[in-house]
Unconditional design. Structure first.
Length: 381
């Protein structure tokens, strides 16, 4: 087992790679990965009366981003689900295939090659197996690689794996295309709110000022998938997430309006788009940032690429004035920068949905997190 520790690197205890645990644990997973009974996954999706499994989030055709119909479909999905699958989105299937292959190639490297990029809680950039620094805290059944993409001052190819050889160029190409798609989706979301199509992007700081980072998740096979989760329930703290999942291994579950966990049935080569907390704030809760989590499989490992598209981190964000109309619709959140908002996540890791976003309150009663001194560049989203 000695090769499955990275020596700590600033973590409160040695970090164990889930890949190594999966290879060595036999039929029983270690206690640290076992979730409380109320958090354990239902692996079947939500069963409707009669036994039919209802398991999909809306699918939206993005081939005509300027059409009213597209804006209506995106807006309905963001209001009711906070999630949709974007198809005909314009990112070439060949690039999706190469990006997945490159990152699978990284996780297939020998442990020593992977450990060269072991991350620390100071920046999170690199190869990791936990979020949050609480000693003895619960662990999720997944390893990940976290990297910064925007602003350009934070992007450093040296911190990206050098093997496989295709990885850096492919990730750069992937970044360019998925950022273009993110901006396209932002324009559609903006029109869906009844605003100019550039309004949401302007609220993020304008093109070129946004932040972006990526988390590549690798979920090894798990002998007891009914007891654990690949990523515990959380909402995404940033703006919007563009998620590319395995086409054939399900794992993502989304909490629907009736509080049921719905297993997403991925459309091949679709992007799963979800609203993050910052768009919930800007839209004054018209669009919802919804909790989701990841189940794992006994039969197959799974890879996903989550690109987090975020507002400029030092810009105060509050509900857009066009969407505030007291007394019926007061501003539900106070003004806060993304740096201030996410500082907390670094300490506690991702867990659930922040209380101040769960049930909207008026701006005067909703306080920002207590501490806000950390720099944006050091945080994991
Ligand atoms: O792997 C997935 O399907 C989702 C990953 C996720 O929620 C995350 O990285 O925040």
């Amino acid at each position: 087992m000695s090769n499955c520790f990275n020596g700590g690197a600033g973590w409160p205890e040695p970090v164990v790679r889930v890949q190594a645990v999966s290879d060595s644990c036999g039929a029983t997973i270690p206690e640290r990965y076992v979730k409380a009974p109320s958090d354990r996954p239902s692996l079947q999706g939500a069963a409707a009366p009669g036994g039919v499994v209802m398991n999909n989030i809306p699918v939206v055709d993005m081939s005509m981003p300027n059409a009213d119909e597209t804006a209506r479909a995106v807006a309905a999905a963001c209001r009711e689900w906070g999630f949709f699958q974007a198809v005909n989105h314009g990112v070439r299937p060949d690039l999706l295939r190469r990006a997945r292959a490159a990152w699978r190639g990284f996780f297939a490297q020998p442990a020593e090659a992977r450990e060269r990029y072991a991350n620390s809680p100071a920046t999170y950039e690199g190869y990791g197996s936990r979020l949050g620094t609480a000693k003895g805290g619960p662990l999720d059944w997944g390893d990940y690689y976290f990297l910064h993409l925007l602003p350009p001052s934070l992007e450093s190819h040296d911190k990206w794996p050098s093997l496989p050889h295709t990885l850096r160029d492919t990730t750069e190409e992937y970044k360019e295309e998925v950022l273009e798609l993110s901006r396209r989706v932002m324009r559609v979301m903006s029109r869906g709110l009844g605003l100019d199509d550039g309004r949401l992007l302007a609220a993020f700081g304008g093109e070129g000022s946004e932040g972006a980072c990526m988390r590549v998740n690798f979920y090894p096979r798990c002998p007891q998938p009914e007891l654990t989760l690949g990523v515990a329930a959380h909402s995404d703290p940033g703006g919007m997430t563009m998620l590319l999942v395995d086409d054939h291994v399900k794992g993502l579950q989304v909490r629907n309006a009736d509080n049921q966990w719905i297993t997403v049935d991925p459309v091949p080569n679709a992007f799963i788009v979800n609203v993050g907390d910052q768009i919930q704030v800007l839209s004054n809760a018209v669009y919802k940032s919804v909790e989701h989590r990841v189940t794992v499989s006994a039969a197959e490992d799974r890879l996903s690429l989550a690109l987090f598209y975020n507002p400029r981190s030092d810009l105060p964000l509050a509900p857009m004035p066009e969407l505030v109309a007291p007394p019926d619709r007061p501003a539900l959140y106070p003004s806060m920068t993304f740096d201030e908002y996410r500082v907390d996540i670094r300490q506690r890791g991702l867990s659930g949905k922040p209380a101040q976003l769960r049930s909207p309150q008026t701006a005067t009663t909703c306080a920002p997190p207590a501490s806000s001194s950390s720099s944006a560049s050091t945080l994991a989203r």
